[in-house]
Design a protein around this ligand. Structure first.
Ligand SMILES: Nc1nc2c(ncn2[C@@H]2O[C@H](COP(=O)(O)OP(=O)(O)OP(=O)(O)O)[C@@H](O)[C@H]2O)c(=O)[nH]1
Ligand SMILES: [Mg+2]
Length: 210
């Protein structure tokens, strides 16, 4: 069982230079995807908080780059001995790609800045790219995913909003589209698995308490 030991908002930034500076090598996991796909909601689900990252029905809610520090803890029993393992990482909530309410120029400019940020930010070791399960074939997603594959970082694909699909549609999606996880922030389906995967594979190990 994995517990949320601690979670707090670090800061917001509008550009690379405003990003936090850590006193040791901290792994950041950046959450990417189209506007309204559920990036902020997925962060909230992963850390069991309702409104840590602000989510909204209105696309374009997240306008800044937001950094959240997360410590996860796992209790391991080895005979008589209990060991608590703590692992730490930072989730980076990013503005959505393809937000339609700004002009094409503004959109392009902002997206270039965003892409510059995710390429240059060395602390980001992993991308989580979210795709709306109801729209699995969008050109925009395909384009961004192939771009992300050219950057030398680990890429995790997750389909969101599974609750909007019937069981049969979920089956079809899984047959047709390969991804790491299929989740719902509404029903919390798949969330424990993502948290466990993150704990075991992505962050840096910080302590062991006996
Ligand atoms: N049914 C359902 N709704 C979801 C799910 N995840 C998010 N939502 C809803 O989708 C809307 C957008 O969610 P956000 O988490 O704000 O999306 P975002 O990707 O952060 O959006 P931007 O910050 O605008 O880019 C909100 O109304 C959420 O409640 C899900 O798994 N299922
Ligand atoms: Mg958001």
């Amino acid at each position: 069982m994995i517990f949320i030991k601690d979670v707090f908002f670090i800061k917001s930034a509008t550009k690379l230079e405003q990003s936090p500076i850590y006193d040791h090598e901290t792994v950041e996991i950046a959450i990417l995807g189209r506007s309204n796909v559920g990036k902020s909601s997925t962060i909230n689900s992963l850390v069991n908080r309702k409104e840590l990252a602000k989510s909204s029905n209105t696309p374009g809610k997240t306008k800044l780059i937001n950094f959240f520090n997360v410590k996860l803890q796992q209790r391991l029993k080895n005979g008589e001995e209990t060991i608590d393992e703590v692992r730490e990482f930072v989730l980076v909530d990013l503005p959505g790609i393809g937000y339609a309410k700004v002009s094409k120029d503004q959109q392009g400019d902002w997206e270039n800045k965003l892409l510059y940020f995710i390429e240059k930010r060395d602390n980001i070791k992993h991308f989580i790219y979210l795709i709306d399960a109801r729209h699995p074939d969008l050109e925009l997603d395909r384009g961004v995913i192939s771009y992300l594959k050219t950057i030398n970082k680990n890429l995790i694909l997750i389909y969101t909003k599974l609750d909007k699909l019937s069981n049969r549609e979920i089956g079809d999606l899984k047959n047709r589209k390969n991804a790491n996880f299929y989740i719902s922030n509404e029903s919390r389906k798949g969330i424990d698995e993502v948290r466990e995967y993150i704990f075991n594979n992505l962050p840096i190990f910080i302590s062991e308490i006996s």
